[in-house]
Write a protein that binds this ligand. Structure first.
Ligand code: BGC
Length: 819
């Protein structure tokens, strides 16, 4: 057997053996993808094509295959429980195995610099320590199952505005302490198989071409042996290879391949550099197990995975306010009202590349009815419609045939424009009706000139429906053989797709009756090859706010579920402020006025403004909880489970309070002028309280903190532990997250007033007391010293502050750090 095929041989020996068998041409070919999510195979040597997919919420399929939707990144961070992140990642890895992928493009560990970043939901925290702890566990959880991670997006990718071009200006110390710290920790502790370079520039240089970031810091300083992949279409020059970018994605290549070969021949890129790049790609292929025979089968959408998702969703739920212990609600009630746009349509995940194709999921109404049983009436009212445009309809509202035996539509792909010429393919297309932004530009369909989707639409209610088609080129929608939307109709103002291109939208209304199917056909001819973009939206008949208010009056308790609309939180754009979309704040005021027994649930992945907060006795942050979120919410609201979450970011009282809320006059540059003052570091520095502080969250019980047991003296750079006794003083079992912040007394360099450096989560029974141990690592007191070009621990006095949040310190002690 050839050495590279011998699973018992050491990794580096196998890699060297395979490298030795390749021509330069074959090596260069390996440095670019073959297709959207696949690397090149080496047929001659029997090396199959390695397959990657997104992450991080579950396994994404471009072919519309369903997978479990797990709680999004911010929800995992809100558990403050690395073990939960590890379990979820392990489950995602098993789904990836079942799906045939070797690498999952996750986790997203960019810092939440701004509260309105469109990808906050996908990311973990405003704090590097919390981000690192969750990130390490996620990567270890994935890779323990034999599936590689891709740590993304390296680096300083903290906004969607101009994400392909924005030049981030950040000082070296801030870069190291805030934006690189979690990357450094995860690279060193968890050895992710791949790291993804981001789109943006840092100090005038694209991340993909940033030799100092990719080679000097990541590969040399941190000793990273894995592979650096570009973000999709981020490469803009062959010289990226020389900077340390190992793989251009997606394929087929734009800059690598023949162009890179020519650069090597000219000597612009050294052959020794190519050797290093290829070694890393081959190392990934060998490591992935692709050469070692059958891989573990994995599992997809099993009850075990649903349970893992549900546990994590409940553990993430963060009880922001609970006056007079309103929550948990007693299930002994006569009548419960579920009100709000997100009560009707719970947002389970965020948009675009992290979006997992969902199977049939339980609605909130179904989950509450299942929890409460037949004796309790549960009623539902939308109150207001928060969707700015007709949202993506659920696939089960469609069927390919008149008997409604399946879900979705039947798609046909044609060789000529206008659904003419040869019929090239017929496929079941759940994804088309599931994604407003069905970005098919990158998928493997270059030869199709036009498309038709056909089947039946089954309205759930009678009334006026609004249909929307968002498409480049020519798109027509017919209902019962009558053209409802045609290319000649006026388009609403242009909107941009995720790649920044203009996509017109056309809307039309029609009255439909529930209980029957309507024949629907969508025909589409793209503008030009590579500029394909189409999405379907359907808006249900409107409901009156009065109906919701009278329902609230008649109920024993109201669960008011507010939050993001389907396109509020996604990759590709940021929110413009923190206001809930639509007239939800108005709805909240009316409902809180109509029934004081109202619990507000927030279904978002980011902070929102709560102008009605004084009138709301209880507020529960639900996050974007994944597909079992509705069951988890019912169980938390009625006290079967504890709300285990704590905020991984500060919730500003007003948008303008946030240090980096303003967009500069030149959107192509972004000065990180607030420097280290990110999140709670800012609120501490200006001594202003946010609406809810970092780390905040109530339990259904209460805790008492004892005296902090810490040494008086410690040696710089040497880890040590402190201990504190925590007691559950309430009547229910509960989870507490004990947080340790370090505050320098007289810092040599200006420093944030305090920084999170350790935390521990404990579950305590009523009356139970436990000594909680918190470990301070070697860098707990360190700063990045620009002059010394390294991490330095300054001797001196430091306060150790232990508490329930950045705004609720319960015990303190001072330690003198000596050399
Ligand atoms: C995103 C990445 C993602 C990639 C592949 C990019 O647009 O920024 O996070 O992994 O697409 O889908």
């Amino acid at each position: 057997m050839e050495t590279y095929r011998n699973a018992d041989a050491p990794l580096d020996v196998r890699v060297a053996d395979l490298m030795g068998r390749l021509t330069l041409q074959e090596k260069v070919r390996l440095l670019a993808g073959a297709s959207h999510f696949n690397l090149h195979a080496i047929e001659r040597l029997g090396v199959p094509s390695l397959s990657v997919t997104d992450g991080p919420t579950g396994v994404r399929s471009l072919r519309g295959e369903i997978a479990t939707v797990f709680p999004v990144g911010v929800a995992l961070a809100a558990t403050w429980n690395p073990e939960t992140a590890r379990n979820v990642a392990g489950a995602i890895a098993r789904e990836a195995l079942a799906h045939g992928d070797q690498v999952v493009l996750a986790p997203t560990i960019n810092i939440m610099r701004i509260p309105h970043w469109g990808r906050n939901f996908e990311s973990y925290s405003e704090d590097p320590h919390l981000t690192a702890r969750i990130g390490v566990a996620y990567v270890q959880g994935l890779q323990a199952e034999g599936v590689g991670a891709s740590l993304k997006h390296y680096a300083a990718n903290n906004q969607e505005l101009e994400r392909f071009e924005v030049d981030v200006r950040v000082d070296e110390r801030t870069l190291r302490e805030i934006y690189l710290a979690a990357f450094e920790a995860v690279v060193k502790e968890a050895d992710p198989w791949t790291v993804m370079a981001s789109y943006n520039k840092i100090g005038g240089v694209y991340a993909s071409e940033h030799r100092r970031l990719l080679t000097t810091i990541l590969k040399e300083e941190w000793g990273y042996e894995g592979m650096v992949v570009s973000d999709w279409n981020a490469v803009k020059a062959t010289t990226a290879a020389a900077a340390g970018l190992d793989l251009e994605m997606p394929g087929p290549e734009r800059w690598f391949g023949d162009k890179l070969m020519a650069s090597v021949e000219r000597g612009d890129v050294l052959e020794s550099q190519i050797e290093d790049n290829v070694r890393r790609v081959i190392r990934l292929i060998v490591r992935s197990g692709l050469l070692d025979g059958p891989r573990p089968a994995g599992e997809l959408r099993t009850p075990r995975h649903a349970a893992i998702a549900c546990d994590a969703a409940a553990e993430a739920m963060t009880l922001l306010k609970n006056e007079a212990e309103m929550l948990p609600l007693s299930p002994q009630m006569r009548r419960v009202a579920l009100i709000g746009p997100n009560a009707v349509r719970c947002q389970l995940q965020g948009g675009v590349s992290s979006k997992v194709v969902t199977g049939r999921t339980t609605s909130l109404l179904e989950a509450f009815r299942a929890r409460l049983g037949p004796k309790v009436e549960v009623h539902l009212a939308q109150g207001v419609d928060s969707e700015p445009y007709p949202p993506i309809p659920a696939p089960w509202l469609f069927s390919p045939d008149e008997t409604r035996s399946g879900e979705g539509l039947e798609a046909q792909y044609y060789a000529e424009p206008g659904c003419g010429g040869a019929l090239l393919a017929t496929v079941a297309e759940r994804a088309f009706v599931r994604r407003v932004s069905a970005n098919i530009a990158g998928a493997d369909r270059p030869t199709y000139a036009s498309f038709r989707w056909a089947g039946w639409f089954w309205p759930e209610r009678s009334g006026d429906y609004e249909f929307g088609l968002r498409a480049t080129g020519e798109a027509t929608l017919t209902l019962e053989d009558e053209a409802l939307i045609t290319p000649s109709m006026p388009a609403t103002p242009d909107h941009y797709d995720v790649l920044g291109r203009i996509v017109p939208r056309r809307l039309a209304r029609t009255r439909l009756e529930a209980g029957r199917g309507y024949r629907i056909v969508v025909e589409y001819t793209p503008l030009s090859e590579g500029h394909e973009y189409i999405g379907l939206g359907v808006r249900d008949p409107a409901e009156s706010i009065e109906h919701a208010i009278s329902l609230a009056r008649s109920a024993d308790a109201v669960v008011l579920v507010l939050g993001s609309a389907s396109i509020t939180e996604a990759e590709g754009y940021d929110r413009v402020n923190l206001t809930l979309p639509g007239a939800q704040d108005e709805l909240a005021r009316h409902v809180l006025g109509a029934n004081p027994n109202t619990i507000v649930v927030i279904n978002t992945g980011s902070p929102v403004a709560m102008p009605w907060i004084e009138d709301a006795p209880a507020v529960l942050q639900m996050w974007l909880p994944g597909e079992t979120g509705p069951q988890a919410l019912a169980e938390v609201v009625f006290g079967d489970r504890e709300p285990g979450g704590r905020l991984p970011m500060s919730f500003p009282a007003r948008f303008g309070d946030h240090p980096a809320h303003a967009v500069s006059s030149d959107p192509l540059t972004c000065d990180y002028s607030e420097a280290l003052a990110v999140g709670y570091r800012h609120y501490d520095a200006i001594e202003a309280a946010p609406l809810f502080p970092f780390g905040h969250g109530h339990a259904y019980t209460s805790f008492h903190y004892g005296v902090l047991d810490a040494p008086d003296q410690a040696t710089a750079g040497q880890p040590f532990a402190v201990e504190i006794e925590v007691a559950n003083t309430g009547e229910r079992t509960g989870d507490e997250v004990v947080q340790l912040y370090v505050a320098p007394r007289t810092p040599r360099l200006p420093r944030p007033p305090k920084e999170l450096k350790a935390f521990a989560k404990v579950r305590l029974a009523p009356g139970e007391r436990r000594t909680v141990r918190l470990e301070l690592g070697e860098k707990a007191f360190a700063v990045w010293d620009v002059e010394a070009k390294g991490w330095v621990v300054d001797p001196g006095a430091y306060d150790l502050l232990v508490g329930r949040s950045a705004g609720d310190i319960r015990a303190a002690s001072t330690v003198r750090v000596v050399r």
